[in-house]
Design a protein around this ligand. Structure first.
Ligand SMILES: Cc1ncc(COP(=O)(O)O)c(C=O)c1O
Length: 364
């Protein structure tokens, strides 16, 4: 048998949330499933995106625009940056991978928080890059002071999801400013804002603010969450032209498919859908946080489209019981939170069904 690279032997694949088909098959559920396990948009796709897609289906025999200039221009306009500062990926996951391809060699080190979005670690394992893990603070936030202490000449990049997955935690402008001041210019700071659209705390910085303060930075955004396009796989990075050009070099031609481009353009035009998504997410986040706190569970303050809830010793039983009732939450054992579940904010009626089922299960 051919022998794979040595460092691949340790890799455990990313543990994705269960799909609708998997749950239906495993549990024999035929009715409606409420899927609150992968932070997808509960509204379904934007009707404007759907009609744009239908209109362009007859073009899928053609390759997409090689430069992706039209979509890059639309994203650049949204951010008031140059199109040359935008890098598109097959999901923002692919842009994370570009960083490994372009900047990280075997033997280099990266810093990530422990725990955080698992793909940083997975790519590090695939590319033979070492990981320095800095534990979250007691409040389950990135420990920026700890990260500064962990720096060494081997550290080439820092990956921080902000809001953090799976807790939804964020940091204030002052905390970031202090951190950015202490960070050397030769370290690439990757701020992963997959949930950036859901931040409503004005003391929390996002997007361009980081780019204005630091050249060696890459901001990641995705169409998978607030824009409702997880199935089409479209994400992007924004950085200085120099960094964006470097990342472009490792991109496959046509890495983003024609329909994702069409959908991305239509989604950027559909402000109404985005506003509706954000409104219902913020309302649902407040509602679920308050009611689950009232039930006596610890709910971590979240700026994302999900909340992390500590259900204590009942956690596994609650997860299983809800699963059998067709309500899917995300267990967090892989992240080390053995008594917590992550709940994606659903439609108001879905949140209500979750709460009424919890009342029944817990006899509240
Ligand atoms: C923090 C974070 N970054 C990136 C991603 C990847 O998103 P995409 O669908 O754009 O690849 C996710 C997906 O859940 C995420 O939680």
């Amino acid at each position: 048998m051919p022998i794979p690279k040595k460092y691949l032997q340790r890799i455990v694949p990313y543990p994705p949330g269960k799909s609708l088909e998997e749950v239906k098959k495993e549990l024999g559920i035929t009715g409606k499933i409420i899927k609150l396990n992968s932070n997808e948009n509960p509204l379904g796709p934007s009707p404007k995106v759907l009609s744009a897609l239908k209109e362009h289906l007859s073009q899928i025999n053609l390759y997409p625009q090689a430069s992706y200039f039209t979509l890059k221009e639309a994203i650049a306009k949204r951010w008031s940056v140059f199109p040359t500062q935008v890098v598109l990926g097959n999901g923002s996951n692919e842009v994370i991978e570009f960083v490994f391809k372009a900047y990280l060699s075997e033997g280099d080190e990266i810093i990530v928080s422990k725990p955080s979005f698992l793909m940083y670690e997975k790519f590090a394992q695939i590319y033979g890059v070492s990981i320095k893990e800095v534990p979250l603070t007691k409040e389950l936030k990135h420990d920026l002071k700890g990260i500064i202490k962990a720096l060494s000449s081997k550290i080439k990049a820092i990956f921080l999801d902000h809001p953090h997955n799976p807790t939804g935690s964020t940091l204030s402008r002052e905390e970031w400013d202090e951190f950015l001041e202490k960070l050397e210019d030769d370290v690439l700071l990757v701020i992963d804002e997959a949930y950036g659209e859901f931040i409503d705390d004005p003391s929390v910085p996002s997007g361009l603010e980081f780019l204005k303060k630091r050249k060696a930075a890459l901001i990641l955004r995705t169409f998978s969450k607030a824009y409702g396009l997880a199935g089409l796989r479209l994400g992007y990075g924004i950085a200085s032209e120099e960094i964006a050009n470097t990342l472009e070099k490792v991109r496959q031609p046509f890495n983003v498919n024609t329909l994702a481009v069409i959908a991305g353009l239509a989604a950027l035009e559909d402000g109404e859908y985005l506003r509706k998504t954000i409104d219902l997410t913020l309302q649902g986040r407040k509602y679920l946080t308050e009611i689950l706190t009232k039930f006596g569970f610890r709910v971590y303050p979240s700026q994302a489209n999900f909340i992390m809830v500590d259900f204590g010793e009942k956690c596994d039983a609650i997860y299983q019981e809800l699963l059998h009732r067709g309500i899917l939450l995300r267990p967090l054992k892989a992240y080390g939170f053995t008594t917590c579940l992550r709940i994606t904010i659903g439609l108001p009626e879905e949140n209500e069904v979750l709460i009424s089922n919890l009342r029944e299960i817990l006899k509240l």
